[in-house]
Design a protein around this ligand. Structure first.
Ligand code: LLP
Length: 464
């Protein structure tokens, strides 16, 4: 991948509405003054999630797939405000754990709009979800192994089931997120029809499902098409089983998963969503009568609705490179360390030159190749390497773009670093939706387990 964005663009829409409904909201489209105000008020590192953009993305998906059931893959961003916005926009919720089901219920999704995808589900998760299904019998459980079906039956569950198939074809931005060909996920394609037919003897089998992977761009559409075609074929086979002696399975839907990519590089083209939708419809047709198409995008709904703000605390020239130290690292945004993921970075300025004077506005600085590194004691803790940014100065604010999906969700407390705060923008008003963690939060579970050894010092609450 090339490091192309110089940051510090002055091309801000005078009227923010002019930026609405863009195919992608770039880091250069955000209002720099607004972001600087938020950082001043709430400190950094700070996630900012714009609910208006989340709503626009939901709308764009519904427009492109007007006949499909659109289910938001909650794992991309589980914040309550986001879940409520998505529910109000009419999307269902696809949940990967008991915790996500719990959050979706709390955000007002009822059973008919809840889809729990069980991947080697811990017993605790199954107990919880089967309990929820007693009160919410319209909930659907997506199952990727016959063992999971048996474990549901052992718990007395005989409700709605969707069979997850391993389509044998995967796609995605990194090998670690290519699901479709990974044996971990789904029942192998050639056994799936029989598994679904047998499952129908014990459960109400309402759907079949396959997911290729995450971050599929236009170049990988062939894999998407292949997956969709295979699953369409399976739906037809289930509707009219050839002579294997089994009864037809009366499906409500065929779920072809999520994975719709978002361009991270500033000049990368946006996915042509209507074209993807058209290709999907073409590849899946003809679906048996009464069987609907379903999709479950996560990233596409929230990625470009979020930025991560971080402050420069160190500028260190070395013989090899200039290292720009910032207060956000791999604990706040894991994607660059985990997947070598590219996130655009824009210098919003505000820092001081060495002599203490105000550094010039970013547009008036030269572009300098830098490595932006966080505070974690690992070499991999960088947000970018050798990237041209408007020459950073200590105190500058950097906006890390396209951070709304799998950003806060993958944040963790490694190196005993409290997780950042998050602010949601809604119709231009800002509200803290996740407060910044404190040093005290880091030891809460230890202290509760062991009240005599408090693990706190008098200074704990003073430190941040
Ligand atoms: N459905 C299923 C069954 C999934 O496993 C996933 C994502 C989705 C839908 C949504 O995929 P999306 O539309 O968001 O691409 N942490 C990685 C992404 C992992 C995705 C896992 N499954 C990242 O930061 O790139």
């Amino acid at each position: 991948m090339s490091d192309r964005d110089a940051g510090g663009s002055a091309d801000e829409p005078a009227d923010r509405d002019a930026a609405d409904n863009l195919p992608v909201r770039r880091v250069s489209d955000w209002d720099a003054d607004r972001l600087a105000e938020l950082a001043a008020e709430h400190d950094t590192p700070l996630y900012v999630q714009d609910l208006d953009r989340v709503r626009e993305n939901c709308e764009r998906l519904r427009d492109a797939f007007p006949d499909a059931d659109v289910r938001y893959a909650v794992k991309a961003h589980t914040g309550r405000a986001v879940l409520e916005a998505v529910r109000e926009a009419g999307l269902d919720a696809e949940c990967a754990s008991a915790g996500e089901v719990d959050r979706a219920l709390a955000a007002g999704f009822d059973g008919s709009r809840l889809h729990y995808t069980a991947v080697n589900p811990p017993a605790r998760d199954l107990d919880y979800v089967v309990g929820v299904a007693e009160a919410e019998p319209d909930l659907t459980i997506t199952v990727g192994a016959v063992d999971t079906l048996d474990r549901l039956a052992e718990r007395g569950y005989d409700g709605r089931v969707c069979v997850r198939v391993n389509p044998g074809v995967g796609a995605g931005h990194h090998e670690k997120v290519r699901t479709g060909g990974a044996a971990k996920f789904g029942i192998p394609y050639d056994r799936a029809a029989r598994a679904a037919q047998e499952a129908a003897e014990r459960f109400d089998v309402v759907g079949i499902h396959a997911h290729a992977g995450s971050g599929i761009d236009s170049d990988q559409l062939d894999s998407h098409r292949e997956l969709v075609a295979r699953i369409g074929e399976l739906a037809r086979e289930l509707a009219e089983p050839s002579n294997n002696g089994m009864s037809p399975v009366d499906l409500e839907y065929v779920d072809v998963g999520g994975g719709f990519g978002v361009p991270y590089e500033e000049d990368a083209p946006a996915l042509d969503l209507p074209a993807v939708a058209e290709a999907t419809r073409e590849a899946i047709s003809p679906l048996p009568a009464g069987v609907d198409l379903a999709i479950e995008p996560g990233r596409y709904v929230v990625a470009d609705a979020g930025v991560l703000l971080t402050r420069v605390n160190t500028v260190k020239p070395t013989p090899d490179e200039t290292v720009v130290g910032v207060d956000a690292g791999m604990t706040d945004l894991l994607r660059p360390a985990m997947y070598d993921a590219y996130h655009p970075i824009r210098n919003l300025g505000g820092g001081q030159a060495r002599d203490g004077s105000d550094a010039p506005a970013p547009d008036d600085r030269s572009a300098t190749p830098v490595t932006v590194a966080g505070p974690i004691c690992e070499t991999g803790d960088t947000l970018c390497r050798d990237r041209a940014l408007a020459d950073p100065a200590r105190g500058d604010l950097l906006a890390v773009g396209i951070a709304g999906a799998y950003g806060y969700e993958m944040a963790n407390q490694y190196n005993s670093r409290p997780r950042p705060a998050e602010v949601a923008l809604d119709d231009r008003t800002a509200a803290v939706v996740r407060r910044r963690e404190t040093l005290g939060d880091l030891t809460t579970v230890e202290r509760e387990a062991n009240p005599d050894r408090t693990g706190r010092t008098d200074r704990t609450e003073a430190g941040r």
